[in-house]
Ligand binder design. Structure first.
Ligand code: SAH
Length: 345
């Protein structure tokens, strides 16, 4: 491994620190930072208007990393899945979901995942490694550039709902969010970014406070036993604490929390479960997304019937909860929720 720094791993304050170390004014770092996120300066020689002396010094200690596309597949419904091959051969995936003239980009925070959710295909590939900030931001940058050059289109929302658990890669996720939010970086407002977590409770409030992004919680069950069975992380961070954290979050933040609840046939989809869920979330400023389970032959879980799902939703709505059934997109190309897993072992 070379000791050269990838400049796209650095937040603006970090780049300023580097400039100071190289005996250069901070303003040069600001100028450089904004160039790193405009279309395609992928080498120092393409960086016009930046001091040649500064670039020569940077060339000694750093490089500008790029994402390498391995494969791109488009679903019948217009959803596009991008597989990127990382410099060490690991694969990550991102999914672009166009809907009503808006583009949502679902990005990965890790290659593979260590959380071991029993129903999720990403879990079956195991944990490969954390992504660097440049690899998280790089997915957005690559796809934003492609959209811009093809149709002069852009990304409206970013969701951390691809491979991996963002809060298990906390520092790099936070740096990536910082770069995505920075006006000189990609300039996404905090309202346009949603981080989904399986419930790493101690980090949830911290992330919400520091970054202001939207938080989505993969709840999926309202009793400890069922949740531990399908999501082993519940042993370490029990449901009760997760719900307290959600309550605090919903009281402290002006923002609605998104509660994700996959409906599994015969496991968490009874009327009693719906009532219990409604009670557990009473008084929370939240929106509930009921997600029909995407079945996979390698996994034993089944999707609830549409009748059961709509009954479940009725109970939540009657209890006053804003609830929708979120239909997955891109399932024909394995781009839907929980279907991201590289085929390479
Ligand atoms: N680790 C984070 C980010 C992944 S988001 C988290 O757990 O929130 C991916 C979402 O898809 C999560 O809510 C996950 O529980 C859900 N999911 C996983 N497998 C699924 C499947 N087969 N069908 C529907 N949703 C699934």
């Amino acid at each position: 491994m070379s000791d050269l720094k990838n400049l796209r791993d650095l937040t603006l304050p970090e780049l300023e620190e580097l400039a100071v170390k190289l005996d250069e004014p901070i303003s040069r770092a600001q100028q450089l930072f904004s160039r790193l996120y405009r279309p395609l300066p992928n080498s120092f020689c393409q960086m016009h208007n930046i001091s040649k002396k500064f670039l020569a010094k940077l060339n000694e200690v750093s490089f500008i990393g790029e994402m390498k596309l391995q494969q791109k597949e488009m679903s019948r419904d217009g959803t596009t899945k991008y597989a990127f091959i990382l410099t060490d051969g690991n694969i990550i995936e991102s999914v672009l979901i166009p809907s009503n003239g808006r583009n949502t980009l679902c990005i990965s925070s890790q290659s593979g995942c260590a959380m071991g959710c029993k129903f999720c295909l990403t879990s079956t590939m195991g944990f490969k490694r954390n992504l660097q900030p440049s690899e998280i931001v790089g997915q957005v940058l690559f796809i934003a550039n492609e959209l811009k050059s093809n149709k002069n289109n852009y990304i409206n929302n970013i969701v951390f709902m691809g491979m991996g658990e963002p809060l298990a890669n906390y520092d790099n996720t936070l740096k990536a969010i910082n770069i995505l939010q920075d006006e000189k970086g990609l300039g996404f407002s905090d309202r346009k970014i949603t981080v989904s977590t399986c419930g790493i409770t101690p980090k949830i409030m911290e992330l919400a406070k520091i970054s202001g992004v939207n938080i989505a919680i993969s709840l999926h069950a309202v009793d400890e036993e069922t949740r531990t069975e399908i999501m082993p992380i519940n042993k370490k961070y029990p449901l009760q604490d997760l719900l307290s954290c959600c309550s605090e979050l919903s009281a402290n933040q002006q923002r609605q929390i998104l509660i994700e609840y996959i409906l599994f046939k015969g496991i968490n989809d009874s009327e009693a479960d719906a009532t219990k869920l409604a009670e557990a979330l009473e008084g929370f400023n939240c929106k509930i997304n009921l997600i029909p389970y995407n079945e996979h032959p390698a996994l034993p879980y089944q999707q609830s019937t549409p009748e059961v799902a709509s009954k479940f939703m009725d109970i939540l709505c009657k209890a006053g909860h804003l609830t929708i059934i979120r239909h997955s997109r891109g399932s024909d190309i394995s781009a839907a929720c929980g279907q991201l897993a590289s085929k390479e072992k």
